[in-house]
Design a protein around this ligand. Sequence first.
Ligand SMILES: Cc1cc2nc3c(=O)[nH]c(=O)nc-3n(C[C@H](O)[C@H](O)[C@H](O)COP(=O)(O)O)c2cc1C
Length: 165
Amino acid sequence: MQTIEAIKRRRSVRKYIDKPIKNEILKDIVDCGRLAPSGNNSQPWEFLVVTKHEDLDFLAKVTTYGKFLKEAGACIITFCEKNNRHHLEDGSAATENMILAATDYGIGTCWIAGYNRTYEEDIVSHFNVPQDLRMISIISLGYDDSHPYVPNKRSIDEVLHWEKF
Ligand SMILES: Cc1cc2nc3c(=O)[nH]c(=O)nc-3n(C[C@H](O)[C@H](O)[C@H](O)COP(=O)(O)O)c2cc1C
């Protein structure tokens, strides 16, 4: 799949079939995350891959809108150094790279809110995350079980401004 096709085809997927994702694919998806742009090329990220059922169940329980993590084949949590002033932008760029890479592999994903969430502390303590990191995002991953609904998107003419507003 070409990049533009992946961007245009991607939809959040919240239902998955029971099929594991190979470690080499998960590693390649994270590899696409680590190649994202970052302020001053500081690369302040760390990526945690979770595949064990009990840990996915834990994440499903603690997150507010991530109950479908229970059925996911895996999840990738992105953390960034909290003292880095671009930590949110850098971590978000890496997250989107991984989402698009997963799309290219035919794997459905959903970005689950991870920044500034009350459950960050629970996750940090459950997975022994170093204290100098902030959680940026959680991505659920799994082979697609459904045709996801098509969300309403603002049109190109509404959002594009040539030269001036
Ligand atoms: C920062 C951020 C946080 C999100 N958090 C959640 C979430 O907690 N649970 C969820 O089901 N979807 C979450 N989403 C997915 C959005 O709901 C989804 O992207 C949006 O409805 C548009 O649909 P689409 O991804 O299919 O284009 C989040 C997306 C972003 C970018």
